[in-house]
Design a protein around this ligand. Structure first.
Ligand SMILES: *Cc1c(COP(=O)(O)O)cnc(C)c1O
Length: 463
C-alpha cells in the first residue's frame, strides 16, 4: 500500500461522463405534477429550466456525457485532491486509514460549482439570460454567481435572511461576481410577501427562498431556476467527485469500507458516494455509506418519506423524499447549507432501500470535530462539512475500540473561511444545540399532500 498524503490526477483524468444512480436503483421514485399527480414530463419542467437539464432530471441513463465547455471550466480546480489524513489518524490514535476528498479548492470554496457551471452552460446555450436561485449559507449563491460571471448570465439570489445577516461576506462575494442578492423572505415575490404577512420577523428558510426563485423563473421566459441541491440533475453533476475518488483510491492501492458525507439536500453526499454505491449495486466491492445530518434539522433520521414539495409554498413538482414538511422552518443553524426540510429523492430512496445509513450530529459536536480537524490537517472545514468530519472521527474511534483498521473516506465539501464567526462563537463556548422541534414538524407534516388526512404521523415512516 503506497504511503502518500495526497493523490492527484491530471486534467485528462477529469471524468468524461456523469454517473446517474437512477440507472442502478430499482425504484428511483419519479417526481409528480403538483396539480394532476401524474409523473412529471420534460415539457412540465420547461417553464423553469432548459430542455437539456429537464431531460437529465428525468433520465435513467447510467452515463451522460460532460460537454467540453463544462470540462474546460472544471479544469481550473478539478480533479480535486484526495488526501490521507495521517495527522488526524495519529491524533485519534486509530488503526483506521482516513481519507478525505477536498472540494474546497474550487473558486467559491465548495463542491457547488460542479453543478453551477453545468447549469450555467446549458442555460446559456438555450438562450436564457438570467438565473434565479435560493441560497442558505451562501455557498450555492456564490457558486452560481461565479458561473453566471463565467457564462455571461445575470444571477438573482434569494438568500435566507438569517444567513444574509450572519454571513455578509458571502453576499459581498456574490456581488463581487456580479450577482444581485436579496434577503428572503422578500417583498419581491408573492411567496415572500405571504410569509412576511404571517411573520414579519421570519428568519427565512431554504424552502421559502426556493419558492421565491421558482416564482420569478416561472414568470419570465428569459429566466431559469437553478437549484443548488436535491434535484436529480444536480446530484448527477456532482458525480465527478466520487468518480475521481475511485481513480484516486486505485492510485492509493486502497478501497474505502465506509464513505461519509454531510447531507443537507444530499448533493455532495450523492456526488461522492453514488459512484461507489453504483459499483456495489453492479456487483463490485461492498461499501457502507453514511449520511451525516444536523440533529436540529433531522430530515433522514426523524422525517417521513412521502411526496412533498421542494419549496415552502408548493410551486415545485412533488418529490418523493424524506421530509420534515415543506412548511417547516428549521431553527437557525450555523450549517445553513444543511437547513432544509427535504432531501434528494435519490438519497431518500437509497436510505429507504438500506443502502445509506443516516446519522444525526449535534451542532456543538460538529464544531468540536471541525476544530480538531483544523488543528490536525490545517484546513478549516465548512460547518456543513464538519458534520461529516464528526462521523468520520466516530468511525475511526470505533476502529480503535474494536482494534480493526478499516478504510474511511469522507467528503470535505468546503472550507469554512467565511464561517469563522461561527467558529469564534464555538471557541468562546457560546454555541448551543437547538433541540429538534418535534411539534413544529408534526404541524408541518399535516400540510404534506397525502399526509393531511393521517392522524398518526409518528407511525408513517414511508408513505
Ligand atoms: C451546500 C453545502 C452543503 C449541503 O448541501 P448538499 O447538497 O447536501 O451537499 C454541504 N457542504 C457545503 C460546503 C455546502 O456548501
Amino acid at each position: 500500500m503506497s504511503e502518500h498524503v495526497k493523490y492527484l490526477l491530471s486534467e485528462d483524468d477529469i471524468p468524461r461522463t456523469w454517473y446517474n444512480l437512477a440507472a442502478d436503483l430499482p425504484d428511483p421514485a419519479a417526481p409528480r405534477h403538483p396539480g394532476t399527480g401524474a409523473d412529471i414530463t420534460v415539457d412540465d419542467l420547461l417553464a423553469i429550466m432548459p430542455e437539456a437539464l429537464a431531460r437529465q432530471e428525468l433520465s435513467r441513463e447510467r452515463e451522460i456525457g460532460i460537454p467540453d465547455g463544462v470540462r474546460d471550466v472544471y479544469r481550473q480546480w478539478r480533479p480535486s485532491p484526495l488526501y490521507r489524513a495521517r495527522r488526524l489518524e495519529r491524533a485519534l490514535d486509530t488503526p483506521a486509514r482516513i481519507y478525505y476528498k477536498y472540494e474546497g479548492v474550487s473558486p467559491s470554496g465548495s463542491h457547488k460549482p460542479n453543478t453551477a457551471v453545468a447549469q450555467a452552460y446549458y442555460n446559456r446555450r438555450a438562450g436564457i439570460t438570467r438565473l434565479a436561485t435560493e441560497t442558505g449559507a451562501g455557498q450555492w449563491g456564490s457558486s452560481l454567481a461565479l458561473a453566471g460571471a463565467l457564462f455571461g448570465l445575470d444571477v438573482d439570489v434569494y438568500m435566507v435572511r438569517v444567513s444574509y445577516e450572519q454571513k455578509p461576506y458571502r453576499r459581498m462575494l456574490m456581488e463581487t461576481y456580479g450577482a444581485r442578492c436579496v434577503p428572503s423572505p422578500s417583498p419581491e415575490t408573492a411567496a415572500g410577501r405571504a410569509v412576511l404577512a404571517a411573520d414579519p420577523d421570519s428568519p427565512g428558510s431554504l424552502g421559502i427562498a426556493v419558492s421565491e426563485a421558482v416564482e420569478v423563473a416561472g414568470a419570465d421566459p428569459g429566466t431559469s431556476y437553478a437549484g443548488g441541491s436535491v434535484l436529480n440533475h444536480v446530484l448527477l453533476h456532482q458525480s465527478v467527485i466520487g468518480q475521481e475518488a475511485i481513480a484516486q483510491f486505485a492510485l492509493a492501492d486502497d478501497n474505502p469500507d465506509v464513505v461519509i458525507g454531510c447531507a443537507g439536500g444530499g448533493s455532495n453526499l450523492g456526488g461522492l458516494a453514488f459512484p461507489f454505491l453504483g459499483r456495489k449495486l453492479r456487483g463490485g466491492p461492498e461499501v457502507r455509506i453514511i449520511a451525516a445530518e444536523p440533529a436540529a434539522c433531522p430530515t433522514l433520521t426523524r422525517g417521513t418519506r412521502a411526496y412533498d414539495f421542494a419549496d415552502a409554498t408548493g410551486l415545485t413538482p412533488l418529490l418523493r423524499m424524506h421530509t420534515l414538511g415543506h412548511g417547516f422552518v428549521p431553527p437557525p443553524l450555523h450549517a445553513g447549507g444543511l437547513r432544509y426540510h427535504g432531501i434528494a429523492p435519490l438519497v431518500s430512496a437509497a436510505v429507504a432501500a438500506g443502502l445509506v445509513e443516516p446519522v444525526a450530529v449535534a451542532q456543538t459536536d460538529s464544531f468540536a470535530a471541525g476544530v480538531r480537524f483544523a488543528r490536525a490537517e490545517g484546513i478549516v472545514p465548512a460547518p456543513e462539512s464538519a458534520h461529516a468530519v464528526e462521523v468520520a472521527v466516530r468511525e475511526a474511534s470505533r476502529c480503535r475500540e474494536e482494534g480493526v483498521g478499516r478504510t474511511i473516506l469522507f467528503g470535505l465539501s468546503g472550507h469554512g473561511h467565511f464561517d469563522l464567526g461561527a467558529y469564534e462563537r464555538h471557541l468562546a463556548g457560546a454555541l448551543r444545540d437547538e433541540p429538534h422541534d418535534e411539534a413544529g414538524v408534526r404541524a408541518a407534516l399535516t400540510a404534506v399532500p397525502g399526509l393531511a388526512a393521517a392522524t398518526d404521523l409518528a407511525g408513517l415512516a414511508d408513505v
